[in-house]
Design a protein around this ligand. Structure first.
Ligand SMILES: NC(=O)c1ccc[n+]([C@@H]2O[C@H](COP(=O)([O-])OP(=O)(O)OC[C@H]3O[C@@H](n4cnc5c(N)ncnc54)[C@H](O)[C@@H]3O)[C@@H](O)[C@H]2O)c1
Length: 258
C-alpha cells in the first residue's frame, strides 16, 4: 500500500496505460478519479462514482472537472490520441513496403500532406491538455504544499517517429514542459516527472500490422513490446515517496530500445 490516503486523478484512464495506472494506484491504496472523454470507458475502469468525463483539450471542461476536487496528491496527464484507423492502414502499407525496398521508394510524406486541423488536434490533446490539467492541479497542490505530477511523453519525443511528426512534437513539448514546471514548483514541495514509454500493447497500437510489429521487435533488445502494467509500475515509483528526491526527470520503459 504505497499510496495510502492519497487522492489521484488519471486522465485518459478509460483505456490502456491510463486504466492500468488507475487500477494499480487503487490497489496501492489511493482514491483514484478516472477521467476520460468517453463516459462508458471511464466508468468501466473503477466504477461510475470515480468517473470524471471531460475533454482535456477544452480548458472550460478541465476547470469544471477540477472544481469538484477538494484535495489532489497525484495527477497523471495520460490522455492521448494517435492515428485514425484509415491512417493506420496507410502507415502499415508504407512501413511494410519499406521493409522490402532497397533503395526506398515509398516515402512517408507526412508533413507535406498534413492539414492544419490534424496538427492542431494532436497538439491540443497532448500539450494543451497537459497544461490545462497541470494549471488546475496546481491551484489545489500549491496551498497543500505537496503533490506529484506525472506526464506521459514517448520515445517518439526522444528518437523521433517518421510516420507521426505531430505526435513526436507534442510529446517533446511535454518533456520540456515537465522539466520547466518541475523547477517552477519544487519550492512548493511538488514533484513533476515524465514517463516516455516505448512501443506498448494497448488499444492505441492494436492496429499496427503483424508484419510491422515483428519488424519493430528487432529494435528492442528485450524482444517484446511493453505491457500497460510495465508503464503503471514506472508511474507508481514516480508517484510514491520512493521518488521523493526525483523531479524534472524522464523515465523511459522501452525494453532497451533507446
Ligand atoms: N501505447 C503506446 O505504445 C504508447 C507509447 C508511448 C506513449 N504513449 C502515451 O501513453 C498515453 C496512453 O496511451 P494508450 O496507449 O493507453 O492509449 P489508449 O488509446 O489505449 O488510451 C487513451 C485514452 O485517452 C482518452 N482520450 C483521448 N482523448 C482525450 C481527451 N481529449 N480527453 C480525455 N481523454 C481522452 C481515450 O478515450 C482513451 O481512453 C498517451 O498519452 C500515449 O500517447 C503510448
Amino acid at each position: 500500500m504505497r499510496l495510502s490516503n492519497k487522492v489521484a486523478l488519471v486522465t485518459g484512464a478509460g483505456s490502456g496505460i491510463g486504466r492500468a495506472i488507475a487500477r494499480r494506484f487503487h490497489d496501492e491504496g489511493a482514491f483514484v478519479y478516472v477521467n476520460d472523454i468517453r463516459a462508458a470507458a471511464a466508468e468501466e475502469t473503477l466504477g461510475a462514482d470515480r468517473a470524471l468525463v471531460a475533454d482535456v483539450s477544452d480548458s472550460g471542461q478541465v476547470a469544471t472537472m477540477f472544481s469538484s476536487l477538494e484535495r489532489l496528491d497525484i495527477l497523471v496527464n495520460n490522455a492521448g490520441v494517435a492515428e485514425s484507423p484509415e491512417r493506420w492502414r496507410e502507415v502499415n502499407r508504407i512501413a511494410e513496403a519499406r521493409l522490402e525496398e532497397s533503395p526506398i521508394t515509398s516515402h512517408w510524406d507526412v508533413t507535406v500532406s498534413m492539414d492544419d486541423s490534424t496538427w492542431r488536434r494532436m497538439i491540443a490533446v497532448h500539450l494543451d491538455g497537459t497544461f490545462f490539467c497541470t494549471r488546475e492541479a496546481l491551484k489545489i497542490m500549491n496551498p497543500q504544499g505537496s503533490g506529484v505530477i506525472i506526464n506521459l511523453s514517448s520515445t517518439a519525443a526522444l528518437a523521433g517517429l517518421a510516420d507521426a511528426p505531430h505526435y513526436a512534437a507534442a510529446k517533446a513539448g511535454i518533456l520540456g514542459y515537465t522539466k520547466a514546471v518541475a523547477k517552477e514548483v519544487a519550492s512548493r514541495g511538488i514533484r513533476v516527472n515524465a514517463i516516455a514509454p516505448g512501443f506498448t500493447q494497448t488499444p492505441m497500437t492494436e492496429l499496427v500490422s503483424d508484419k510491422v510489429r515483428s519488424a519493430s521487435l528487432a529494435t528492442i533488445p528485450m524482444g517484446r513490446w511493453g505491457q500497460a502494467s510495465d508503464i503503471a509500475a514506472a508511474a507508481l515509483f514516480l508517484a510514491s515517496d520512493d521518488a521523493a528526491y526525483v523531479t524534472g526527470q524522464c523515465l523511459s520503459p522501452n525494453g532497451g530500445a533507446l
